[in-house]
Ligand binder design. Structure first.
Ligand code: USQ
Length: 400
């Protein structure tokens, strides 16, 4: 298949490109390298060093004998996007090109406006470009489990049957997102569903849980193929941060009571699931929603797992409770469905203990890089706005 990846230089995008190349798909991709800049803005860097895009593409050519069509560009630049898609004529488009951090979006007015402009406008441009130049293409849009929030009832995959005043209907499940970032994905979901209904486009909206992991098998030993792995308060997700903290024996940073529960999945399973969506497209006009995660865990139980795996490897770390910088439910019900990807063939790749052991083994090589930035491990961005924040340190990020 001809697959276009928006955000191909990121944590998921670069891994997906390799997995698809190994399966002989023809790939093109775009990126603005904003993720590299945002992490720098926060004062951090990837725990594992990452190669430049030129080195990455060269490594891919050497390994698979194929040239991936890459162009630097911004999804907010409609002319760029439209002409790239018109020329490449993708059958599937995977949209990973959004600002992914809840804390970043809660930093101040300019970061929250930037987040929603970047994400909502980029996604809307993509819908228009598909309609105009490749209307049969299947859009695989990365949403988030966080769109649903933490309701006190089970969470279906996108839609549920409701009876109200004696009448029944199947309706979108309520979205109660908990940051301006998560809300940007809710807005994307509405726009995508509308475009499918009115223009007859087809899309899979993936409600993905929190991803963790340092590698997929396709990366092998070539450092140019390795993924990034962030551990700062904005771009480092919970397990990735805990593993980086463990290898420098920094206390694991549990926010609040630690009973917050989320769905999690390893990087390799995220890539497996996105590929299943690509290879099993919906009908024209269909808007489908997949909940994409492996297991649900409380944050405290995850910290305990990381602590015990580290302990088995001779690394001793404490778990420390920090005042929660986020306004979020601590004790809550959480029971989301995840059948649709299983029906398409999703098989979780292994157990969480094994994946965390592999991560700790990988990250031990980069202790010095994590130690050099350990001052950014403690969060200072608060949902109530009472935080210390600096201005962006680079100029080409167009904050409103
Ligand atoms: N947490 C801690 N300690 C930490 C980091 C996080 O206790 O050091 C807690 C947070 O308070 C939160 C939970 O862990 O309750 C998850 O936080 P996270 O930073 O791992 O994940 P989140 O902000 O929800 O966002 C991440 C990705 C986002 C994706 C989302 C999926 O950054 O792009 O959409 O996971 S989900 O959480 O299912 O919405």
């Amino acid at each position: 298949m001809r697959v276009f990846i928006a955000g191909i230089d990121g944590y998921l995008g670069w891994s997906l490109a390799q997995y698809l190349a190994a399966r002989h798909h023809v790939i093109a991709g775009a990126d603005m390298f904003l993720r590299r800049q945002w992490v720098e803005e926060i004062g951090s860097h990837s725990a594992m060093p990452i190669a430049s895009i030129d080195e990455r593409l060269q490594a891919l050519r050497e390994k698979y004998g194929v040239s991936l069509q890459f162009q630097k560009g911004d999804l907010r630049d409609y002319g760029f996007l439209r002409s790239f898609l018109a020329e490449f004529q993708p059958e599937a488009i995977v949209h990973l090109g959004e600002m992914p951090s809840a804390p970043y979006s809660m930093m101040d007015q300019s970061h929250s406006v930037f987040t929603q402009q970047n994400n909502v406008v980029g996604s809307l441009n993509l819908l228009w470009a598909i309609k105009e130049v490749c209307p049969n293409a299947h859009l695989i849009k990365l949403g988030t489990m966080g769109e649903y929030g933490t309701p006190n009832i089970d969470i279906p995959e996108g839609f549920f049957e409701v009876e109200y005043r004696g009448r029944r209907d199947t309706l979108p499940f309520p979205r109660q997102a908990n940051s301006f970032y998560h809300l940007s994905k809710v807005h994307d979901s509405h726009n995508t569903m509308f475009a499918c209904r009115v223009w007859g486009l087809r899309a899979t909206d993936i409600m993905q849980g929190v991803v963790f992991g340092t590698q997929i098998d396709e990366m092998g030993d070539d450092p140019r193929l390795h993924s990034r792995l962030d551990f700062d308060q904005c771009f480092g997700t919970a397990i990735n941060r805990f593993c980086c903290q463990a290898v420098i024996e920094h206390p694991l940073t549990l926010f609040g009571g630690g009973s917050q529960t989320r769905g999690f999945l390893p990087l390799r399973d995220s890539i497996q699931c996105i590929t299943l969506s690509i290879e099993n497209p919906p009908q024209m006009g269909e808007y489908r929603v997949f909940n994409q995660f492996d297991e649900t865990y409380s944050i405290e139980s995850l910290a305990t797992i990381v602590q015990s795996v580290a302990n088995d490897m001779g690394i001793h770390v404490d778990i420390k409770h920090f005042d929660n910088p986020r306004t979020e439910a601590d004790k809550h019900y959480y029971n989301p469905d995840r059948q649709k990807l299983v029906q398409l063939g999703y098989k979780p790749s292994g157990n969480i203990h094994g994946e965390i052991r592999l991560m700790l083994t990988d990250l031990l090589h980069y202790r010095d890089r994590i130690l050099a930035k350990q001052h950014i491990l403690i969060p200072d961005i608060r949902w109530d706005g009472n935080h210390r924040r600096s201005e962006p340190i680079y100029e080409n990020l167009t904050h409103a």
